[in-house]
Ligand binder design. Structure first.
Ligand code: AMP
Ligand code: MN
Ligand code: MN
Length: 318
């Protein structure tokens, strides 16, 4: 029996949770698990709770049944936490984890300490979707579930480009393609396509970016008033830090956007040398060696100064 079939045996209710500001791997993994349960464990009532996900993922089956409001009561027998490195990142829905009789955590963040009763954490996996593929029975994965898994893998690997992409990642992607998914459309419409506003914000961030540390580092920031001006929110910031990292000669990129006065969401990416997960963890966040994030308070100047001190230290210690 597969992993999910086993944990749901003799149980009637389950919830699936992901992390704050859900990205492609988070939405993909939550809907993959939901679809897999609907298809293979029909006696289980399964619900997905997430922060408002981006519309670009609306093609995934189950997207329209994602709950974004906190329920009056946190009641489910099983709580399945996906792609969230720690409990706090479950945000408003963390109550399900506390009240469930059984919980599991499936993830690939190196900073995850295993907060479920059962944990499947693989830091060398490209994505939570890749870990999930190994927990599902292949012949029971429907085309719709395959679309969810493929979406998560595409987003966390930057279309199979980043260094987290392995031979195994490609083998799994191939098996998912064999399920008959529209892989080209998934890549072009959920990953590369941007709305007009998203392009404007990206342009603005690039235009105002600043190189420092002899061109080895780059940062950019989008302020709240500019987000309001363009009518953009956190869901429109996907891909900006990756484009900054793409700058020739840059080892480490930092992108900030202002969540509220003097509170910034920080995203960091590196190419080959800087361990950004270490820096994000130091400031209360987490992530992976080449992609990590945290939230920091203070002026832009303070935030950049604090982060750059750690980056410079790592670059010097080599
Ligand atoms: P981001 O820069 O938000 O795209 O995040 C990069 C990676 O770090 C993702 O895998 C996130 O899940 C993780 N991450 C981002 N912010 C945090 C945080 N505050 N705490 C823990 N992990 C984070
Ligand atoms: Mn994620
Ligand atoms: Mn992920």
């Amino acid at each position: 029996m597969g992993f999910f079939e086993t944990i749901l045996k003799n149980r009637k209710t389950a919830v699936v949770l992901g992390h704050l500001n859900p990205d492609g791997d988070c939405v993909g993994s939550c809907l993959a698990v939901c679809n897999y349960i609907v298809d293979n464990c029909p006696e289980v009532d399964v619900k997905v709770y997430l922060d408002e996900p981006a519309d670009k993922f609306a093609y995934l089956r189950g997207f329209d049944r994602i709950h974004t409001e906190v329920p009056e009561q946190f009641s489910a027998q099983v709580c399945i936490c996906l792609d969230s490195g720690d409990k706090e990142r479950l945000g408003r829905f963390g109550g399900f984890l506390e009240s469930a009789e059984f919980s599991v955590c499936v993830d690939h963040h190196i900073t995850n300490t295993g907060y479920g009763m059962e944990n499947r954490i693989q830091p060398d996996a490209s994505s939570t979707c890749e870990v999930l593929f190994g927990l599902m029975e292949e012949e029971k994965i429907s085309r719709e579930t395959a679309e969810c898994l493929y979406t998560g893998m595409v987003h966390d690997t930057g279309v199979f480009q980043y260094s987290n992409t392995s031979e195994k990642t490609m083998e799994i992607a191939g098996k998912l393609m064999a399920k008959g998914i529209p892989y080209s459309t998934i890549i072009s419409e959920s990953f590369y396509q941007k709305t007009y506003v998203q392009n404007q914000i990206l342009g603005r961030a690039l235009l105002e970016s600043v190189l420092f540390c002899d061109g080895q580092c780059i940062f950019s920031v989008i302020r709240k008033k500019d987000m309001d001006f363009y009518g953009a929110d956190s869901r429109d910031m996907d891909g900006i830090v990756e484009q900054l990292r793409n700058t020739k000669g840059v080892e480490c990129a930092i992108f900030l956007y202002e969540k509220q006065f003097q509170e910034f969401k920080v995203s960091m990416r590196s190419k080959n040398r800087v361990d950004v997960s270490k820096i994000a963890s130091y400031f209360g966040g987490g992530g992976h060696i080449r992609a990590a994030g945290c939230t920091m308070n203070g002026s832009i100047y303070d935030v950049i100064n604090n982060l750059s001190a750690h980056i410079v230290k790592q670059l010097k210690e080599e």
